[in-house]
Design a protein around this ligand. Structure first.
Ligand code: KG4
Ligand code: ZN
Length: 352
């Protein structure tokens, strides 16, 4: 059995979670410095890193005291006040931490915390790629059912990355598609800024889109060539800029709905194409943009009859449970003194 304490601090979320056997979340805590970034309309790395320092200890404390182990102690304590205080060291089998990609100042706070705990508690330390973590939201949501269908294709859509990962097994996985410029979340964020919507743009733009018509404006379909699994969203952003300048009276809701549709169409089309090409048995969705309802619905219907595993909302945006889950399936402890932040860490590429 594995009981892994995961730590995530790659951007503006400070999170810790305890996950059993890769699929059962037993305790977690998350703090976000989002409010600080609303004022600046985007993340200032120095501000995010400082917030990581402030939040890390309280988040860790809540996670450790909120664990099942601690709750069982509280129940015992009610009957016997002299019952021993639980020691997290005895139950936790490993500590996992995001080492990249992300903002270096933010990453280092989680990494140094993880290293200190692993050293003090004499536990293995497992470095985890943040994007690999995003895949495992589906395992936390659907459990053992996830082991049924292989190979899989994961569509990972976040603020910094948009990737298609072919998974032959937990251990054999390759990047087969990626964005040539902006990430899907970044496109949402930039479009929202143009429409004077608050940061983060994704949720704000998708809320406004519910009031608009998705067919109102025809935005370009980027990289339409066959057998191409890459994405490009910067042209869409430019098309949006031109449209807004030329049509200052246009309905913002229509613009939001049409722009969102252009992004969703691109994501869904390329995923369908790669799923067919690699003949996968299942598609997995992950990352912050996986919270987008249109993307969830349209992906499921476009991929039929291939099943699409959608993560629960709490496992879409950044969190530590997915990091602990990924570490269960990728249990490669590292030398504590060699673990370091790698802001541009990549998943392996498919070479053939
Ligand atoms: O994975 P994530 O939490 O952080 C990164 O690793 O980047 O993703 C954050 C991104 C942001 O760009 C945010 O605007 C986007 O996810 N996002 C959404 C939605 N919720 C979050 N994009 C579209 N629709 C949403 N509902
Ligand atoms: Zn993320």
């Amino acid at each position: 059995m594995s009981i892994i304490l995961g730590i995530e601090s790659s951007c503006d979320e400070t999170a810790a979670a305890i996950v059993q056997d890769g699929t059962t979340l037993t305790s977690h805590s998350l703090a976000t410095s989002l409010q600080k970034h609303i004022a600046t309309g985007g993340i200032v790395p120095e501000v995010a890193a400082r917030a990581q320092i402030e939040s890390m200890i309280p988040v860790m404390e809540t996670t450790l005291t909120g664990s099942n182990m601690a709750k069982q102690h509280d129940a015992r304590h009610a009957q016997d006040p002299h019952s021993p205080i639980p020691d997290p060291r005895s139950a936790i089998t490993a500590i996992a931490v995001t080492t990249g990609p992300g903002l270096v100042g933010s990453l280092l706070i989680g990494i140094e915390t993880a290293k200190s705990l692993a050293y003090a508690w004499n536990k293995p330390l497992i470095p985890v790629n943040h994007m690999l973590g995003h895949i495992y939201g589906a395992w936390l949501t659907h459990g053992q059912q996830m082991e049924k269908h292989w190979p899989k294709l994961a569509l990972l859509v976040s603020g910094g990355h948009t990737e298609l990962i072919l998974m032959e097994s937990h251990q054999k996985y390759y990047k087969v598609g990626w964005t040539l410029d902006d990430a899907a979340g970044e496109a949402f964020d930039k479009a929202a800024k143009l429409l004077d919507l608050p940061y983060p743009g994704g949720p704000a733009l998708s809320r406004l889109a519910t009031e608009g018509r998705r067919t109102a404006i025809k935005f370009p379909n980027p990289l339409p060539q066959k057998n191409n699994f890459n994405f490009s969203f910067s042209g869409l952003k430019t098309a949006l800029l031109h449209y807004v300048r030329q049509n200052p009276q246009a309905s913002k809701a229509d613009i939001a709905a049409s722009f969102q549709q252009a992004i969703v169409t691109s994501l869904v089309t390329k995923t369908r194409r790669a799923a067919d090409y690699y003949q996968v048995k299942e598609v997995v969705l992950g990352g912050g943009v996986a919270a987008n309802k249109e993307l969830r619905q349209q992906l499921v219907s476009a991929l039929q009859p291939t099943p699409v595993q959608i993560p629960a909302m709490e496992f879409t945006t950044d969190n530590a449970a997915v990091i602990a889950s990924a570490a269960h399936y990728h249990h490669y402890p590292a030398n504590i003194f060699e673990v370091n932040a790698n802001p541009s860490l990549e998943l392996p590429l498919k070479t053939t």
